[in-house]
Design a protein around this ligand. Sequence first.
Ligand code: 4NP
Length: 155
Amino acid sequence: MTKPSLLFVCLGNICRSPLAEGAFRGAAKAAGLDADCDSCGTAAYHVGNPPDPRSIETAARHGVDIGSLQARQLCADDFKRFTQIFAMDHQNLANIEAVKPEGATAEISLLMDAVEGREGAAIADPYYDGEEHFQFTWDDVSAAAEALVIKLKSR
Ligand code: 4NP
């Protein structure tokens, strides 16, 4: 069976998707799941930058170090390299679909589609909000990470 490889995508790759990557890494490690994962942004504003300090702090509070991640932009190769691509919100989903190349093999969906009862929900952008919003983001991405790990473990 193909090893799962998951890509988490937001706009800037400094707030939501690094938290999703961190939550998934933590949940996969705890469950002994062998999977690859990465995160990126649909925009290039923050390429090369570490996650927002508020994201780093939030992940650290939950025992996950995301401080060495570096933002990058979604590229054509990602659509073949990853088995699943998860968008944080509807605008990112539309942006991903808009640059999807011919021959793309990755399944593309909203991240919250993985959580029973939250299908179709967006993960709100915490960038312009207060610190507590990063905890709300963590709650969402960790619910999705747990659900994905359970699904992938039972394949
Ligand atoms: P993210 O949040 O997409 O969750 O990383 C944002 C980060 C930066 C900006 C917007 C959203 N920005 O406009 O620079």
